[in-house]
Design a protein around this ligand. Structure first.
Ligand code: GAF
Length: 359
């Protein structure tokens, strides 16, 4: 018997670098997917179409040399640990149309897909929230990426036509309905810097330092408090705090704008978020800033910003209609200026992970 699961990627509308600071985020699952097939077997084996690589492995605690395999192994291992049960061997095939390394959360998509799929094929009782938490623990503990919970939550619990407000302090979620939403365009800058994960962890440490100095969690801090502590914090920590506190406020304002279908307001918030990520959190790149600058010149774009951890990856733009001509012009300029290829996807919101076939 073969069981196939479809696990989405995600965009984050607004609320960047807030999910490990007890802040708000507003992501949506998108119609770009990882497809994962489980087939009964007498040994563990995984095949990735993305890497065209097939590997046999055993379910021990050892990290593998094949990088992508650690995402699979970590997800299987942590699920087995969570339910305190030995699991059967499976042959797992991974394919899909979700681009890797574009800041659309391909790793959470894969890991949540594996945890969810394993629960189904092994009849393990786990809620979607537990699936997300186990995948998150596995990415932190086994793969060694110190990410927040946003990506796993939205991949596991996303719903079509909605954005999911996650209060990462209480772990509470609320679905914000967004029908007749502007067109969502993903522009992958085609650049991902090697320093990404090191710089990500550095930002986390800096935010911890801010909280220690001020004595308040960033989530509870006002901009007034940030200003009052400007001298004590010093330039870098002040800028990090300013971004996180103002970004939390932008998420709440974005929800108001969505509820009133005020797309111009929402677009302005996206541009403001990008400015803050560039100037205060310092996680943007020259390539992404160039694309944002070009998008700003086009009336049909409501707003745009970089999404995900930063140092490359993708931009999300909200547009009145499909901006084919405008994008062609930006692409031509971009590719003559930078040594990178731009990729563009028009996406819609989608459901979280689910089973799609049993044969
Ligand atoms: C990455 C992480 F995985 C998320 O948890 C989040 O912190 C994001 O960067 C920044 O908002 O995608």
């Amino acid at each position: 018997m073969k069981y196939t699961f479809r696990s989405p990627g995600r965009i984050n509308l607004i609320g960047e670098h807030t999910d490990y600071n007890g802040g708000y985020v507003l992501p949506a699952a998108i119609n770009k997917y990882t497809h994962i097939t489980f087939e009964e077997s007498d040994h563990f084996e995984a095949y990735s179409k993305y890497f065209d690589q097939r590997v046999k492995f055993s379910l021990d605690e050892k990290k593998e040399n094949v990088e992508w395999l650690n995402y699979v192994k970590g997800a299987l291992l942590y699920t087995s640990k969570h339910v305190k049960k030995k699991i059967n061997p499976w042959k797992i095939e991974i394919l899909g149309d979700l681009p890797l390394g574009a800041g659309l959360s391909s790793s959470a998509s894969l890991m949540v897909g594996i945890v969810y799929g394993l629960c189904r094929v092994e009849n393990l009782e786990m809620s979607r929230r537990q699936v997300a938490n186990v995948a998150h623990k596995a990415e932190n503990g086994f793969v060694g990426v110190n990410c927040g919970i946003m990506d796993q939550y939205i991949v596991a619990m996303g719903k079509k036509n909605t954005f999911m407000l996650i209060d990462t302090l209480t772990k509470g979620i609320e679905y914000i309905h967004a029908e007749r939403f502007p067109k969502m365009i993903i522009i992958d800058s085609g650049v991902k810097h090697k320093l990404a994960s090191g710089e990500y962890n550095k930002r986390r440490v800096e935010c911890g330092q801010v909280e220690k100095i001020v004595g308040v969690r960033l989530r509870q801090m006002s901009l007034d408090t940030v200003e009052k502590n400007k001298k004590t914090l010093g330039d870098t920590l002040y800028k990090r705090a300013f971004h996180v506190v103002s970004e939390n406020d932008r998420v709440l304002k974005a929800i108001e704008a969505i509820k009133k279908s005020h797309w111009e307001d929402l677009g302005r918030l996206l541009y403001a978020s990008h400015e803050s990520l560039r100037n205060f959190y310092e996680v943007s790149t020259e390539e992404m800033d160039f694309i944002i600058g070009e998008l700003k010149k086009n009336e049909i774009i409501y707003g745009a910003r970089m999404i995900g951890g930063g140092f490359g990856g993708s931009i999300l733009a909200l547009s009145r209609r499909e901006p084919s001509e405008e994008i062609s012009k930006i692409r031509a300029k971009y590719e003559s200026k930078f040594d990178a290829k731009m990729k563009v996807y028009v996406v819609t919101t989608s459901e979280g992970v689910r089973e799609i076939q049993r044969a």
